[in-house]
Design a protein around this ligand. Structure first.
Ligand SMILES: Cc1cc2nc3c(=O)[nH]c(=O)nc-3n(C[C@H](O)[C@H](O)[C@H](O)COP(=O)(O)O)c2cc1C
Length: 220
């Protein structure tokens, strides 16, 4: 049983990384072999829209023609039993790294039935962190839901875990961000009281996916 976590945050030790590592710990507690992947370190290109993966009779049909730091992860994805993709919200959307990851799944997308050529159905946990609270999240909820739809179609049944009101810097007084200052006490309280609960949920997700894989994989 293998579980992979892809971190779309440029920060390898930020909030998103922490939650992803918890998810992997949960999977490991049920016997999974785990790997944490920092997307920004991969020297990965964005989808070139070359359509080599869709070319009838083409030598790259169903496969990505790009050869870069992400290439070896196609095989790892196909061998995995559970996958986690984490991203902070940047201006209402996933980071560039997370978007690249999603777009690079295009070789699996078919315009037929089934709508994917991915060789199995995986459980996928989508983990997002953001500075806003649940109310502010509504502005980009559609974006998050769309990602869940796309990943469910391509890889397998996915779920979304949201972590609000995150702390981005240890000391907000050091940065120029006047409008954020009044929010700091609320954020601090959230960090102490709510973030550990988010970590437990991530851990639980990892453990559940690993247990499910041990019993033969997900039910749609
Ligand atoms: C460029 C940039 C844009 C951001 N845009 C938003 C945003 O639109 N909404 C939001 O809630 N938080 C936003 N944030 C805050 C981050 O989503 C939040 O701090 C996140 O938890 C950071 O994740 P990390 O600690 O894993 O890097 C932004 C942060 C950066 C650096």
């Amino acid at each position: 049983m293998k579980a992979l976590a892809f971190n779309g945050s440029p920060r390898p030790h930020g909030n998103t990384a922490e939650l992803l590592r918890k998810a992997l710990e949960g999977a490991a507690s049920e016997g999974a072999e785990t790997e944490f992947v920092q997307l920004r370190e991969l020297k990965m290109e964005s989808c070139a829209a070359c359509f080599s993966c869709k070319l009838r009779g083409g030598k790259s049909y169903g496969r990505c023609a790009l050869k870069d730091g992400f290439t070896r992860f196609y095989r790892k994805l196909e061998e995995a039993d559970a996958v986690f993709l984490g991203s902070p919200i940047y201006f209402g959307a996933v980071t560039a790294e997370a978007k690249m990851f999603i777009d690079r799944l295009y070789p699996y997308a078919t315009y037929g039935d089934p709508p994917t050529s991915f060789p199995k159905r995986l459980r996928v946990g989508l983990i997002y962190t953001m500075g806003v609270d649940a109310e502010g999240y509504r502005r980009f909820e559609q974006h998050v839901k769309n990602n869940e739809r796309v990943i469910s179609r391509l890889l397998g049944p996915s779920e979304t875990l949201l972590s609000f009101d995150t702390f981005h810097v240890d000391d907000y007084a050091k940065i120029v961000a006047d409008s954020l200052m009044p929010l700091v006490p609320r954020k601090r309280k959230h960090r102490v009281e709510e973030f550990p609960k988010d970590c437990s949920r991530a851990y639980g997700m990892g453990a559940e996916y690993a247990r499910e894989a041990a019993c033969g994989g997900p039910e749609e």
